[in-house]
Design a protein around this ligand. Sequence first.
Ligand code: FUB
Length: 326
Amino acid sequence: MREYINQRNPILPLKYHVPDVEGHVMPDGKLYIYGSFDALEDRFCSEKYHVVSTPDMKCWTVHDTALSGRQIPWFNDPDAPKYQGIDWLHPTPFIQKMVQGYAAEWKESYEKEQESEKLPLLWAPDCIYKNGKYYLYFCMPDDSEGVAVSEHPEGPFINPVQLPCGGIDPAIFVDDDGQAYYYWGQLFSHGVKMNDDMVSFNAENIVDNLVTEEEHFFHEGSSMRKIGDTYYYIYADMERGKPTSLGYSTSKSPLGSFTYRGIIIDNDGCDPASWNNHGSIENVNGQWYVFYHRCSRGCQQYRRLCIEPITINPDGSIDEVKMTSQ
Ligand code: FUB
């Protein structure tokens, strides 16, 4: 465990690269950040997660390993179900445009992703408290998704269980009536009601295309929050041609239909230029914030936690904010 004091972006010291950030105020009143942990110079993420917490947005604790990819039993099991990810042979119009615009970079990134399928890397998690326990939802480069449980918000998380779906970027949300919903996807988003055990759902209940590339500029990085009676679906947004923005769509129901509302923040323009963004919004002591990441160390792998205050307007819209730095 390490402790730091800082109120400027990026929040953590250079050696702690925490991207794909979900901020949650947990029952002890502290803010917890759940994210990937970039630790490799040639690809995103690593084999572990470190949870970050703060009581006051000034003093930050980086906790010991919360979960390791080596703990995941099905990852090396050849008989574990493999789910169909994106259909790269039949790309959607947005993917065609992206491939043309970023052909070399895209090919390299795609090849790295293929190589990564053999490594027990943990990607973009989310976590929620329910019935006295903390449930950490995670995904891996083979498109498998799972959930592990802990008695503490910072982990360690144990007893990983595979979920009956495939894709990336899980998000978890518990509604006011106690019903939990699970979201995930890349290019195509999906949502489903969780069972009360929080570690299973009926795959027949999956609703596809809650937000889409064509209508909502959805790329990846699902995150769900509720403000008043409105559900906010936050995600990496392709409206500006690459998924460096966090955009949002709203609905009066957790499973849609959703209406596109705009962009909250764009991390393009940092040096080096970003390849993606992934984050969330959270109310901390009465102030709303956007949590996002940006690149560092002259490459796209070492992405770092950043935070900006945001305003929720009376009509429910969120003004776009700019990145700030130290
Ligand atoms: O961190 C690995 C991947 O990069 C995440 O799954 C995506 O959301 C993107 O941020």
